[in-house]
Design a protein around this ligand. Sequence first.
Ligand SMILES: Nc1ncnc2c1ncn2[C@@H]1O[C@H](COP(=O)(O)OP(=O)(O)O)[C@@H](O)[C@H]1O
Ligand SMILES: [Mg+2]
Length: 286
Amino acid sequence: MKVPKRLQPLVDDGLIDEVVSQLMSGKEAQVYVVRCGAELRCAKVFKEASQRSFKQAVQYQEGRKGRNSRRARAMAKKTRYGQKEQETAWLTSEVDALYRLAAADVRAPRPHGFVDGVLLMDLISDGEDGVAPRLGEVTLSPQQARDYHDRVIADVVRMLCAGLVHGDLSEFNVLVDQDGPVIIDLPQAVDAAGNNSAPMLLVRDVDNMRAWFGRFEPALLNTDYGKEIWALYEAGELHPDSPLTGHFEPDTLDVDVMELMAVIDDAREEAEERRERARDDLEDDD
Ligand SMILES: Nc1ncnc2c1ncn2[C@@H]1O[C@H](COP(=O)(O)OP(=O)(O)O)[C@@H](O)[C@H]1O
Ligand SMILES: [Mg+2]
């Protein structure tokens, strides 16, 4: 096909030899199949900030790139410099996440660099000449649903052990190749330790998987892996091979302690932010 304008610089630099076809055009990006030497790869072209939708919401931004850095403070303020920093952080977050997932042995496309707002990564294929279908497009037997569910959950655990929560996990952002589920679409991935929404997002991600796989294997609908995983993580007891039961029964004492910790954390953060703001104002006066 004709080379799209945004891919031309990568063709000129010899990173892409041919643009084969366009996959879908989503909310945040356009996705192409490209040929690099003998390999087919996937090129994800991010839309300009003004054309993007909801995922850049504040909820996902928090905790990125260290809350104390000058950069984080610039991002928090709505200056032009701050907006540019925020845009760059947003764009590089998917490639950063993919490198971290590769290191953590999570099944996700291997990244091959990020150039001019274009992410190059493995093309997840169906094993023949097509592209792998999304999880939402395949019909599963009950056994297969249980197996795939457990594998996605194991990947979610490995991801959390690597410090990340996907934040938009659904049957649309999991592909199915010959070896099973592969997680994709990570620009909104959040820092598990530095983001107050992380527990909510983790539990939502896991519950989405439960709902989807539960259509084929209703016994899954009685599980509660999300809260179990977060409780282990918070207690510092989550490991890639932690045994999971699928059940979560908070005892009253734990809940009280957890609530108390949350209140303490919030208060501390507020105080920190106040100090940061005061320091920024001083700097601006200079
Ligand atoms: N590495 C990949 N291999 C094969 N198909 C992909 C790959 N990455 C994305 N796709 C396809 O492109 C679609 C959109 O990509 P995605 O990363 O989910 O972006 P978004 O949903 O934000 O537009 C996916 O649903 C999938 O069908
Ligand atoms: Mg998607």
